[in-house]
Design a binder for this molecule. Sequence first.
Ligand SMILES: *Cc1c(COP(=O)(O)O)cnc(C)c1O
Length: 357
Amino acid sequence: MPVSSSPATRLVHLGRPDPLPGAALSPPVTFTSTFHADGPVDYGRGGNPTWSAFETAVGDLEGGDALVFASGMGAIAAAMSLLAPGGVLVAPVSAYSGTVVLVEELAARGAAVVRRVDITDTAAVVAALDGAGLLWVESPTNPLMAVADLPALVEAAHDAGAVVVVDNTFATPLLQQPLRLGADLVVHSATKYLSGHSDVILGVAVSAPTQVGRTAYETLSRYRRAHGAIAGPMETWLALRGLRTMHLRVERACANATALVDRLQDHPAVARVRYPGFGAMVSIDVVGDAAAAERVCAATRIWVHSTSLGGVESQLERRRRHALEPASVPENLVRLSVGIEDVEDLWRDLAQALDSV
Ligand SMILES: *Cc1c(COP(=O)(O)O)cnc(C)c1O
């Protein structure tokens, strides 16, 4: 494929078998635990051709080398192993709850000395980097939609000798490529936009084509083999199939989100709209308390009241209904994952739910 082709073209064609006469167009799902000796991979915990197909596609989109994991948290836990035992981890106060909980656990057992920062406060992050081994960034953040100044943070972290990992789940590699901004490693919950159909749990880490990136790749590859909670070939194949339409899904979902943000800003039941100006994730603070926000979630008929995001279906939920959600998230915040349905249907449904509060 021409190297100049755009991501929309590349994600349709990447990771397919070589176009030999009679070869399959679609990569098969390879269900095997082991391989004949003396090849590049000997055992299925170390590699699988279906993993390779998915990794080729995602690695290309992010501009690095990908490793698939059994979940986003699997990729995140592996990435945390880049920090030397007891090293300094600079991490966001507010981020995906699973990441916040993992960081707390690392601190509690002495695996990391954690400095928590507001990642939108660049000066505060820079000040926290002295002696740090790892800077963890999520941008935009889940669910506050905070955006970090990635180039500035990357530069300061590298000056301090810290490795930079970016959770790029909300932006997708179509809207933001942190490795091209200098980050060392990107992680995704492939459960979300990459697969896009709410039918698979999967994660991926992508390392930069640099010395630090290559070392990170080796560390994560060893981690995956040693810890052993690997991705299933079927899940990986489903994610690759979903990836083929990611550009269309993201384009439509973003257009829907932009149209809804304008209208939400004018709705009397909405106290605040949190939208970074790109992507298809939007959070709203509903006028009133947690109960008012719950009533909105219970009153929709098209929007699905469920956790998770990035699927073709529009979803909503009050994040603080989860006990582990950080207290920095308001009780009345409802997170919206805007899907690809007709935008007028989405608005009518959301507006009637907001009107009912
Ligand atoms: C969902 C999510 C994760 C966790 O991914 P899983 O696939 O559920 O393990 C990590 N980061 C962000 C930003 C997420 O939204």
